[in-house]
Design a protein around this ligand. Structure first.
Ligand code: SF4
Ligand code: F3S
Length: 106
């Protein structure tokens, strides 16, 4: 499956949801996740993210490994999102800011 990693936090551009053929994105207050059992590994979403926050699970770097489990966990509780919406207000300022994971809202 593909995985949304830390840099999505406080950006949430949502370009990714428009291209997913199986609508497997789920939305929290300031982050999106991919349901690992629904993702068909088509890779269409990866180049769409302006924050480069989507990776194949086998490409996730060591310091982001916890996001694999986090996507699986939160996809079970957050609502599905299938249409693009405006990014969060500070998206461009937050794009690339390190160590945002403590700001993940549930
Ligand atoms: Fe959807 Fe394809 Fe991205 Fe998986 S890899 S989340 S199926 S667009
Ligand atoms: Fe997040 Fe990138 Fe999608 S910032 S909402 S994974 S387009």
């Amino acid at each position: 499956a593909f995985v949304v990693i830390e840099n999505c936090i406080k950006c949430k551009y949502t370009d990714c949801v428009e291209v997913c053929p199986v609508d497997c994105f789920y939305e929290g207050p300031n982050f999106l996740v991919i349901h690992p059992d629904e993702c068909i590994d088509c890779a269409l979403c990866e180049p769409e993210c302006p924050a480069e926050a989507i990776l194949s699970e086998d490409e996730v770097p060591a310091d982001q490994i916890d996001f694999i489990e986090l996507n699986a966990e939160l996809a079970e509780v957050w609502p599905n999102i299938t249409e693009q919406k405006d990014p969060l207000p500070d998206a461009d300022e937050q794009n690339g800011v390190p160590n945002k994971r403590t700001e993940l809202a549930r």
